[in-house]
Design a protein around this ligand. Structure first.
Ligand SMILES: [Zn+2]
Ligand SMILES: [Zn+2]
Ligand SMILES: [Zn+2]
Length: 148
């Protein structure tokens, strides 16, 4: 089972409960991550936050993201060679990235239960299903390869 997505209010409460200050910048970042179904790079986040808080600088947003990650509110993932992307925790899934066209697919993290258990039992290794994407060929690109 996936955890239900967290609301902006949950995020604000978590920040407050942990004794941190709630700033307009944090509110803006929470709002944007909550309203976006996509994966956002720091650059995209900065552009979006500046529409709400024009004076915020990039290093502040980095610090906000770090704080959100420490509080378990946000996770980031590396999709191939591109910049890390951020989204809210509780939408955990694995990523498949196509080496040719760069398209990204999301796979429920539960699909990796079996391999995760085997890696743990045989290698005492805990698999992180989300942090780094799996690379390969998407269905579309495979078709093109086979035609040639
Ligand atoms: Zn990372
Ligand atoms: Zn993702
Ligand atoms: Zn492809």
């Amino acid at each position: 089972m996936q955890a239900p997505p967290i609301s902006v209010n949950d995020i604000i409460c978590t920040i407050r409960d942990s004794g941190h200050r709630v700033t307009n910048g944090k509110r803006a970042v929470a709002d944007i991550l909550h309203n976006s179904s996509a994966h956002l790079t720091v650059e995209e986040l900065v552009l979006a936050v500046r529409k709400i808080e024009p004076d915020i600088n990039q290093s502040t947003i980095y610090r906000i993201l770090e704080e959100f990650e420490e509080l378990g509110l946000v996770v980031h993932s590396h999709l191939g060679a591109s910049a890390a992307v951020y989204h809210l925790a509780g939408q955990s899934h694995a990523h498949l990235v196509c080496d040719r066209c760069g398209s990204t697919q999301e796979v429920p993290a539960s699909r990796f239960d079996l391999i995760a258990r085997e890696l743990l039992e045989e290698f005492s290794f805990t698999l992180d299903r989300h942090h780094v994407a799996l690379s390969g060929l998407c269905a579309h690109c495979r078709e093109n390869v086979e035609k040639k």
